[in-house]
Design a protein around this ligand. Sequence first.
Ligand code: FES
Ligand SMILES: [Fe+2]
Length: 325
Amino acid sequence: MNTASIPVRSIRKSGAAARFPLDRWYVAGFSSEIQDQPIGRTFLNQKVVLFRTGGGEIAALEDRCCHRSLPLSCGTVEAHGVRCGYHGLLYAPSGQCLEIPGQERIPPKARVRSYQVVEKDRIVWIWMSRDDGSVPAVEPPDYPHHDDPRYKFGSGMYHYDAPWQLIHDNLLDLSHLGYVHLKTIGGNARLHMNAPMKVTQDGDTVKVIRLMPGSPPPPTYRAAWPFGETCDRWQEIEFHVSHLAIWTGAMEPGSGAKLDYNLYIDAARTTIWGDGAGETRVQFAQLGFQGGRPTQVEFDIFARLERQPLQRLYPDERRRAPAPG
Ligand code: FES
Ligand SMILES: [Fe+2]
């Protein structure tokens, strides 16, 4: 999916002052996480409950009962919806209240906001729209590797106590591997820093390809495949303003990058913005950094490229934010 073709809209909410790219798909979780219990998550500062109905469909609602505001994630999942754990109101995936224990009449206003969700390639995507009820303009991105029998699929989640833009910086710029990840996926730091690379930008998408032929296999790679002294490594990172994907791999030396693969890891990584973010965190996120103007070096081209689409979304912030210079 090329998100660059989507008309980009953002919101400026009073109070929460939330600024995120809207009318886009975000990662809500993995299919395997949504089973028989409701899950409460925060996306772009919006509290959401995810659950799977008896028919197997995944639904997402505002995580707040319209009666006395108990989070619906504290309730229970039933065949046709989620039941509040306080006084038992039952909500359909549409957000409409289906049942109020103890009374016949169900007021039409007894409902909560619903979100569009799509389960695809073992990822659950949520459409974060500007307006309640807006229809997604595009399909969620594809990650066919997840169902490709040539790969082993695994999933996990990291919670970062850091501004999300720094995480994007980190994942777009893997030159740090030789220093940070010495005991796992690191390797020769100098090779990492000097790796030939290609950086392209297409609308709001930034793509980085780094090739590292003749690399000593790092410990994780050696454990996964019987490499000799060296291997040919590559890394591909694709940044979109609502998510980010990384493909990395390694082959026997001399086979040339990406002719085939011996080891192909990290099929896809995606980021969830604002998960658990409080007001303070949001302010940090708007500024991009937790303090001061960061010193830039030549390879910070990634950070500059990543900021450009975001600064287009928030022109007001351009003057205030300590964007990489
Ligand atoms: S708070 Fe949910 S039913 Fe009363
Ligand atoms: Fe890292």
